[in-house]
Design a protein around this ligand. Structure first.
Ligand code: HEC
Length: 163
């Protein structure tokens, strides 16, 4: 009986140790790193290909539709990487402004606007509507700027300018 009990408590200790490890993996600094990597990937990973083909004047609508689906999913994942407790007071390397948490509704609206604009260009590409795709692009390009200016160093409503 004593053996059983000690075996159980050993298991319990292992479980606690396991839980602590998984908390450590999602430490605030790790979340900041993940979201900065996710943000860095937006342009080269998804939107650049859309921009290039739309600006060519005769867009490849298959590229637009495919990339839009991927981009939309990527933005939704990125949106999960802004939990409270990951601001500059905790992680000095982040450029996320405190307004992300104090004006949460506006921040989420900016994310939703980006997702909606991405879905719109994808849907119009599937319909084969080149003129609408071009207009959608103008709209989409503005959606990044709601939170920060275009260039990587720029700041804005939700991002500190790079030092
Ligand atoms: C809802 C607000 C929001 C939208 C929309 C948004 N971003 Fe960001 N972005 C941020 C924030 C906040 C940071 C700073 C993250 C940090 O440092 O923790 C950031 C950082 C970045 C960075 C710099 C990464 C780094 O390591 O500092 C790039 C590049 C970037 N975004 C590209 C884009 C592009 C391209 C789009 C549009 C397709 C976009 N972002 C849309 C909020 C946004």
């Amino acid at each position: 009986m004593i053996r059983v009990v000690s075996a159980l408590s050993a298991t319990a200790i292992l479980l606690v140790a396991g839980a602590q490890t998984s908390v450590a993996q999602t430490a605030p600094a790790q979340i900041v790193k993940e979201r900065q990597d996710a943000m860095k990937k937006m342009w080269p990973g998804y939107y650049k290909d859309i921009a290039t083909t739309v600006r060519s004047g005769s867009p490849d609508l298959t590229v637009v539709a495919t990339k839009a689906v991927q981009a939309s999913a990527h933005v939704k994942e990125t949106a999960q990487l802004f939990p409270p407790g990951t601001g500059r007071d905790v992680v000095p390397t982040t450029r996320a402004k405190p307004e992300i948490w104090t004006q949460r509704a506006d921040f989420e609206a900016a994310l939703t606007a980006l997702i909606d604009a991405t879905n719109a260009i994808g849907d119009d590409a599937k319909k084969g509507d080149v003129e609408k795709v071009k207009a959608d692009w103008t709209n989409l390009a503005k959606a990044c700027g709601t939170c920060h200016g275009g260039p990587e160093k720029s700041g804005g409503k939700f991002r500190f300018e790079e030092d």
